[in-house]
Design a protein around this ligand. Sequence first.
Ligand SMILES: [Fe+2]
Ligand SMILES: [Fe+2]
Length: 190
Amino acid sequence: MISDAQKDKIIQFAKKHVAENDPYHGMEHLEETARLAVELSKSEGADAEICWVAAMLHDIRKGKSGDHGTEGAIEAKKFLLEIDMDEGFAEKVKDAIHFHNKGFNGGPVERQVLWDADKLQLMNLEGFKKRMIPYWIHKLGETEGIRKSIYEYYFYKERFHTETAKREAEKNTEEMEEYFRVLRERINER
Ligand SMILES: [Fe+2]
Ligand SMILES: [Fe+2]
């Protein structure tokens, strides 16, 4: 069990560490990931507290040197032990964060839930327009950014681990594909 004081420390730690992240990987993204992770944990039989903590801490090393999953996992575990979370709990959080930016099959359900919660928010029109498109246009410019965003959508959509996320992602296929037609026209015009 996490106490309210520990919860508070986790939120403050997350805030401090993502303060310099790009606007698509700040507190809003962590909170949305945490909300989805807790929701998925219910239908998937995962531990909701592990999922919540892993989601709140998963991008603390985004934009820093090294692999942000690997480095963030190590740093998150160290921090959790410092605030007296138990070793087993901290290890499960570490595992989920380590794998959130990597490919894997199976594994602990909390690992699957974090990966899915992190990407599921991009699988609908609102999330795609708000986070996927601007992130990649900012990185690659208009034409390449749009191409990459569409590519990433399908890349993630084929890789969800939990049945709940697979079902959720599938729901919006039609409107997403309609929007991709508009986007493709936009870049082919140039
Ligand atoms: Fe990440
Ligand atoms: Fe993320």
